[in-house]
Design a protein around this ligand. Structure first.
Ligand code: SAM
Length: 379
């Protein structure tokens, strides 16, 4: 745990989930720049109504918890991180209201004085979020975004200009930059292009994707390889699509295993909402479960006989195989004895060694020049 020292106070912050020997901080230079700017420009006053969008682990929420603050994010991890950090700084855990990305961002009769954005890599998510804040701002609102300079492009600024109004940027400080957008009530922005759908080739399935969903424009090539090699012998009763994204993997597993009950799990609210919509459209008479959680937290042990997983390689800008490792470890607990974990990954990721170490066995279901599908059995 490290301490963020800003004009609003000193805050001990951890990333979520907490890991031993964590080398990464729970905030970045863009958070510091933003909080310093609010202080330097004296923008905070006692009854300020503030919206924070995409706070990674609650650094901004902790610093601004003394105001009337709402935090919007698509990430369950971010939500948990905020709760953890409010608690460990003895701040009221309810002081900042959390709203997920598909909820209304505020109340129309109570516009925000200040909107603080952490710019994420995904332009699609930014586009969607800028549309969603419009009903809750006026020309008096201060809209300030922050990000690391390398992640702020002309296309990023263009989105602010076309959806909010005139936009300019600050100088870079510690490689971070601020964006200032001025709401233009006369502006008629283009339609929000999310959610979007595509037809899954060779099927009847129409796949809906909210803005922050993995491979939202078309089927990912790794996912395609996995669905081409799914088990079809109908021997599984409880199947989990772990890290489900839009739910294509679980959907195709459901089609191939008509007796099975399905559970879709992801840490993204938009992913789980997309999977729910896609499944109920494809199988209107079939029940399934949908959970927003971190890996498999909260899912009963020994409750599944097949877990399908295309693991992510990053979380909150941190790249690595730590989430894959966490997913495999938790899958082992959730599987029944004899249950199987099927994992797809790039060949170079060497998931084989991890699965062998954890499960004591690992075999190859299929492989091509780029991907390998592995199976580990809980003995
Ligand atoms: C590579 S994508 C796979 C999506 C989908 N299964 C597919 O193959 O198209 C990985 C997914 O894992 C999700 N994810 C990332 N971290 C997670 C976590 N800690 N718990 C649950 N899901 C997570 C991401 O939101 C993303 O949808």
């Amino acid at each position: 745990m490290e301490t963020l020292a800003v004009p609003q106070g000193n805050f001990k912050l951890s990333r979520f989930p907490v890991r031993q020997q964590e080398t990464l901080r729970a905030w970045d230079a863009a958070d510091e720049y933003l909080l310093d700017y609010l202080n330097d420009e004296q923008l905070l006053h006692s009854n300020c109504h503030i919206l924070i969008v995409n706070d990674s682990f609650g650094a901004l929420a902790c610093a601004l918890s003394g105001y009337d603050t709402v935090s919007v994010s698509d990430s369950f991890i971010a939500q948990q991180g905020m709760q953890l950090n409010l608690n460990q700084n003895q701040l009221d855990p309810d002081a900042v209201e959390f709203r997920h990305s598909l909820m209304a961002y505020g109340q129309a009769d109570k516009p925000y004085d200040i909107v603080l954005f952490k710019v994420t890599k995904s332009l699609a998510q930014l586009e969607d979020q800028l549309h969603r804040i419009r009903p809750y701002i006026t020309h008096n609102s201060r809209i300030i975004a922050a990000g690391m300079a390398k992640g702020i492009h002309t296309s990023t600024l263009q989105l602010f200009t076309t959806i909010i109004g005139q936009t300019k940027t600050s100088l870079a400080r510690k490689k971070a930059r601020l964006i200032f957008a001025h709401f233009d009530p006369e502006l008629i922005p283009p339609e929000n292009s999310y959610p979007r759908s595509y037809r899954l080739a060779n099927t009847e399935y129409q796949i809906l994707n909210h803005a922050n969903v993995f491979s939202r424009e078309k089927l990912d090539i790794g996912t395609r390889f996995l669905i081409e090699n799914l088990p079809t012998d109908n021997r599984f009763q409880q199947i989990i699509d772990l890290g489900c994204g839009n739910g294509i993997v679980g959907l195709m597993a459901a089609a191939a295993n008509p007796q099975a009950s399905l559970r879709f799990v992801d840490e993204s609210y938009m992913a789980v909402a997309s999977a729910r919509e896609n499944f109920s459209l494809a199988f209107p008479d079939r029940e399934a479960q949908f959970e927003v959680t971190d890996c498999l937290k909260g899912i009963p042990s020994d409750s599944s006989d097949l877990i399908l997983n295309n693991p992510p390689f990053h979380q909150q800008n941190a790249i690595g195989d730590f989430i894959a490792w966490q997913m495999f470890t938790e899958a082992k607990t959730i599987l029944k004895s004899g249950g199987e974990l099927w994992v797809i990954g790039n060949r170079h990721l060497n998931y084989h060694a991890k699965l062998k170490k954890l499960f004591g066995n690992c075999s190859t279901i299929a492989s091509n020049t780029k991907f390998v599908i592995l199976k580990a059995i809980k003995r």
